[in-house]
Design a protein. Structure first.
Length: 407
């Protein structure tokens, strides 16, 4: 099929509202059975192409002809109101992307992340100790968000007294419709001012935390001060709300599967595979709809005799949750199998050069948090009927705003 012919494909509406709770958008499965790629009308700035197959989404993530920088153009079709809302690193192509990522990579190696495990375990135990005097707690505010703030805050070098603002800043920066443009811009200014203040402090008093090292890079001419502030903001927003949300959603999901919590509590070796399966099947939200702009024509569907060619300069949407629930890659994909052997092949963290820099850190934090919760609360359960939970709306990250649990 030629580019001109491919435009005859019927135009569908991009799903306008998120499915209930943590359900996967059903349109992805429906479209996948008909065509390798769907023409969709986007919420903002026109039309794009949407992929639903694992093999195609993975290929787009690794293709040098599928680029990120153009997604920051205000006229580019997109899901979110603001162009470039995914941060500096996700808005760059090589060589600039590799230059900046290379300055951060050493902080997120498996070895360095593993060195952070004891401190993360200690922090989780201290938070749990604060909960033990009561019969129930809100896992979001009293554990997940506090632990996430400690882990990313300590890595960056943010004073602990300042971390109460993390949720407000992160929610605004990850807003889709719940915050106005003015509120998002105000939060962005406050974050800029806050990190600019920390940068100025590190200039006067050098430190060995991540912000301190970035300041050293700036002083050596490898970064601009603006890039230091932008990278710190990226890491805070990505490392706080998303990890806390995944932890909350994991506990919620386990509470909905009879016997799952007790099964995990009976064997710590089961936690790692369970974390991967939960990462695979839980939709993170709008942040999982990764966009690329084609730099050259690219064809999909040749393997099934139904080729569709996308012309250069077009937007491709590659939802990670669609890839993660493709039955060609994961048998019975909507069923949660906590011991699924191939779950780690999921694309939740992306793939290729833009794969999430903090993937190892998130994995470690989720494993530690669940291990400590399971150890302390082997009979943990929801403290209210599931129907009474209030869910986030208008945010890129899905999940309950509060998760009351008892033990």
């Amino acid at each position: 099929m030629t580019p001109a012919e491919s435009r005859s494909i019927p135009l569908c509406d991009f799903p306008g509202t998120q499915p209930d709770r943590l359900a996967v958008e059903p349109a992805f499965a429906q479209w996948r059975t008909r065509t390798p790629i769907v023409r969709v009308r986007m919420p903002f700035q026109g039309n794009a192409w949407l992929l639903t197959r694992y093999r195609d989404i993975r290929a787009v993530f690794t293709s040098a002809d599928c680029r990120r920088a153009a997604t920051s153009d205000p006229d580019t079709p997109r899901i979110l109101p603001r162009a470039g809302a995914e941060g500096l690193l996700m808005s760059l192509d090589d060589p600039e992307h590799s230059r900046l990522r290379g300055l951060l990579a050493a902080w997120f190696t498996a070895r360095r992340v593993e060195a952070m495990r004891p401190a993360t375990e200690q922090a989780a135990r201290e938070l749990i100790a604060d909960l033990l005097s009561a019969e129930s707690a809100d896992l979001v505010a009293q554990f997940a968000q506090r632990l996430s703030a400690i882990v990313i805050g300590d890595l960056l070098g943010v004073p602990r007294a300042d971390r109460d603002e993390f949720r407000r800043w992160s929610e605004a920066m990850l807003s889709s419709t719940s915050y106005t443009t003015t509120q998002v811009e105000q939060a962005a200014r406050e974050l800029d001012e806050y990190f600019d203040h920390l940068v100025a402090h590190r200039v006067e008093q050098p430190s060995d935390d991540l912000i301190g090292v970035l300041v050293e890079n700036a002083q050596a001419g490898q970064l601009s001060r603006r890039e230091v502030v932008a990278l710190a903001t990226d890491l805070l927003v990505a490392g706080f709300e998303t990890t806390a949300g995944q932890l909350t959603n994991s506990v919620y999901t386990l509470s909905m599967i009879p016997g799952a919590w007790q099964w995990l509590a009976a064997g710590r070796h089961r936690i790692g595979p369970a974390v991967e399966e939960l990462l695979r099947v839980i939709p993170l939200g709008a942040g999982g709809f990764r966009a690329r702009v084609t730099a050259a024509p690219i064809t999909f569907g040749t393997d099934i005799g139904n080729p569709v060619t996308v012309a250069a300069g077009e937007v491709i949407i590659a939802p990670t949750i669609a890839a993660n629930t493709d039955p060609a890659e994961f048998a019975d994909p909507l069923s949660i199998r906590l011991d699924r052997p191939q779950a780690k092949h999921h694309l939740t963290f992306g793939h290729g050069v833009h794969r999430c820099l903090g993937a190892q850190l998130a994995r470690m934090e989720l494993n530690v948090a669940l291990a400590e919760l399971l150890s302390a609360f082997p009979t943990l359960a929801l403290a209210v009927p599931e129907t009474e939970l209030e869910w986030n709306s208008g945010l890129q990250v899905r999940g309950p705003r509060a998760l009351p649990v008892t033990w």
